[in-house]
Design a protein around this ligand. Structure first.
Ligand code: BEZ
Length: 237
């Protein structure tokens, strides 16, 4: 049931992830506190027992080990109740096979949010799309509890999981190497070196004096780091 007394907010990139305690399919959760020191994706889905959400949950569960390799935990949420969540996840495991995925067990926590308290805190209720369901929101939260990327999808479109993994890889790589990631970056592709803060550094770069850095112009410098080095730096040690 919708609760109009719950204040609505729209967290932004760079904000601390709003804190909450909730009940999940894996017990109580104290968010983001219990994920301190880890990356975590908090995502919402519109409703249990719906087909697009089912395809997404099967994909999240199947890829959980890939997120784990990146030291990134998954937490789901919808405004359904706990017993609905449990029944839906059991049905997925027992009855649904899709694109080669079957017998899929969802082991990550799924939050019950019947009051919409958490969904409203995270701007997951977007009334132009639906007033009684969350949109498909994805919050990427870093080990310090800071929101680093937000992606929203409408009710009718399932998420792109290559992109979700790529975003975690890129955020971790950008932090690790002090660089930025250009369009469509994948591990092994050139990084972008942030624009130099002084003319001297920019000139050194332009003159090829920074190892591994190639500049096309003062504002567009690329840095090569091989794929294995990147993957080693961003995966669980
Ligand atoms: C779905 O997951 O299939 C779905 C959920 C809510 C609205 C539309 C589609």
């Amino acid at each position: 049931m919708e609760n109009d007394n719950v204040p609505v907010s729209l967290p932004r990139i760079g904000d601390k992830a709003p804190a909450f305690k909730a009940v999940t399919t894996q017990g109580e959760i104290d968010f983001p506190k219990q994920y301190e020191g880890k990356w975590v994706i908090l995502f919402s889905h519109p409703a249990d027992f719906t087909p697009v959400c089912t395809s997404e949950f099967m994909t999240f569960a199947t890829l959980e080990s890939k997120f784990d390799e990146l030291d990134c935990k998954l937490v789901g949420l919808s405004v359904d109740g706990l017993y609905s969540h449990i029944a839906w996840l059991r049905t997925i495991k027992e009855k649904i096979d899709y694109k080669g995925m079957k017998d899929v067990e969802v082991k990550f926590p799924l939050i019950e949010d019947i009051t919409m308290e958490v969904a409203k805190k995270y701007g997951m209720i977007q009334p132009g799309e639906a007033t009684t369901k969350a949109v498909r929101a994805v919050f990427f939260i870093d080990p310090k509890g800071v929101i680093r990327t937000i992606i929203y999808y409408p009710l009718s479109i399932g998420r792109n999981f290559d992109e979700l993994i790529r975003v975690v890889q890129a955020l971790k790589a950008a932090d690790e190497f002090g660089v930025a990631c250009p369009a469509d970056w994948r591990p092994g592709d050139d990084f972008i070196v942030p624009t130099a803060g002084s003319c001297g550094v920019a000139k050194d770069r332009m003159d090829g004096k920074q190892e591994g850095v190639t500049c096309k112009d003062w504002f567009f410098c690329l840095k090569k780091v091989d794929r294995d080095t990147v993957l080693k730096a961003i995966t669980q040690k």
